[in-house]
Design a protein around this ligand. Structure first.
Ligand SMILES: Cc1cc2nc3c(=O)[nH]c(=O)nc-3n(C[C@H](O)[C@H](O)[C@H](O)COP(=O)(O)O)c2cc1C
Length: 352
């Protein structure tokens, strides 16, 4: 087994273990992915990654972080995604959509304008979260139980649209301080009802959403979840690896096929905690202790490093973000460096 060994999840076969990690491009209008997204995602498919994962894709307008994020809540967006899905498939790669709701981390200006809160005149909206919170001077209201039920329906509708658009897999974005994470981490969740308090209650929104999605998508379609394995905070409320192991067991029982072990989202991570492969031990711990496939992410930048993660069975996928921005052809280059024989796009064969 190595970086270029195929892997099967339900009815989905990936040709290798390299995935493009979701990366917001802040380049959409009205939530519709455009030419930039086609080229961004398409180039990494040409570049040999076995799995392309879209940037976080909102299930409703209120789920966006900025007005330049993508979504999948209407027909126009679904049709635009299908064009990208078809192109990725033509390259022999598979594609997953990362479904997402930003919760209290929404209603922000574009990064080029400093990501400050949007005013109402600029199109800003009222923020909601697990609990009433104040972040950067912006107040979010606590979601009612009825609104939580509606949110689950939005995720289900988005999942059905993703199936219709031809996506091969769905990943729920349950990390990085976004809405699901705002529920399962006690750093934000101060609710007193069945969605707050105990760990069982705090993970309820995510688990119920998983159950509802699993019920409507084809049995053969894998379901993945990206979590923040730890909060990288020292407070007693902080979410821990042990909590992630418990959550992953429950997600597995409910039909989740892969956990991507990311981290953080509520605070800046101190520099000494970030080094090559810094989150790989999380992927390994969840894989070993839960018996579920995992994706490793975070400062994986080198072919040998990526290969070792797979050869040593530390994770099942290596999920590469920024190195893929520097090198869309990371997988083709890795195969060359590791002297592995892989399919080169015929148009490019003379160069490899
Ligand atoms: C520009 C940019 C946008 C990102 N957007 C997302 C996103 O949409 N969803 C997500 O789960 N992570 C997102 N991330 C985090 C990456 O997927 C990844 O977890 C992180 O960058 C660490 O991996 P790396 O060291 O390979 O870059 C983003 C990262 C970058 C650099």
């Amino acid at each position: 087994m190595n970086l270029f060994s195929p892997i099967i999840f339900r009815n989905l076969t990936l040709k290798n273990r390299i995935a493009l990690s979701p990366m917001q491009q802040y380049s959409a209008k009205d939530g519709v992915p455009g030419n930039w997204h086609l080229v961004h995602l398409g180039s990494r498919a040409v570049g040999g990654a076995g799995l392309i994962i879209t940037e976080c894709t909102a299930v409703s307008p209120e789920g966006l972080a900025t007005l330049s994020d993508v979504g999948i809540w209407n027909d126009e967006q679904q049709t635009a995604w299908k064009t990208i899905v078809d192109f990725v498939h033509e390259q022999g790669a598979k594609i997953g959509i990362q479904l997402w709701h930003a919760g209290t981390k929404g209603s922000l200006k574009h990064p080029n304008e400093g990501m400050k809160p949007l005013t109402t005149e600029e199109g800003g909206w009222a923020l909601k979260s697990s609990s009433a919170t104040e972040i950067n001077g912006v107040i979010s209201q606590e979601l009612t139980v009825e609104e939580i039920q509606e949110l689950k329906t939005e995720f289900v509708d988005a999942a059905l649209r993703a199936v219709d658009a031809g996506f091969d897999t769905i990943e729920l974005h349950a990390g990085h301080g976004y809405l699901f994470h705002q529920f399962y981490s006690a750093v934000i969740n101060k609710r007193q009802d069945e969605y707050g308090g105990s760990l069982e209650n705090r993970i309820r929104f995510l688990v119920e959403t998983v159950q509802e999605i699993r019920n409507v998508i084809p049995d053969g379609m894998p379901l993945m979840v990206r979590i923040s394995t730890v909060d990288y905070m020292e407070t007693p409320e902080a979410w821990t690896l042990e909590n992630s192991i418990e959550l992953s067991k429950i997600l597995k029982q409910n039909g989740v096929d892969l956990i991507t072990a990311s981290g953080g989202g509520f605070t800046n991570v101190s520099k000494d905690r970030v080094f090559p492969g810094y989150q790989v031990p999380f992927a390994r711990a969840i894989k070993e202790q839960v018996g579920i496939a995992t994706g490793a992410v975070g400062m994986i930048t080198d072919a040998n490093q990526a290969n070792e993660i797979i050869v040593d069975d530390q994770a099942d996928l290596v999920i590469i973000a920024r190195e893929h921005l520097r090198d869309p052809y990371f997988a083709l280059h890795a195969a060359k460096e590791l002297e592995m024989d892989i399919e080169i796009p015929w148009q490019y064969k003379r160069a490899f």
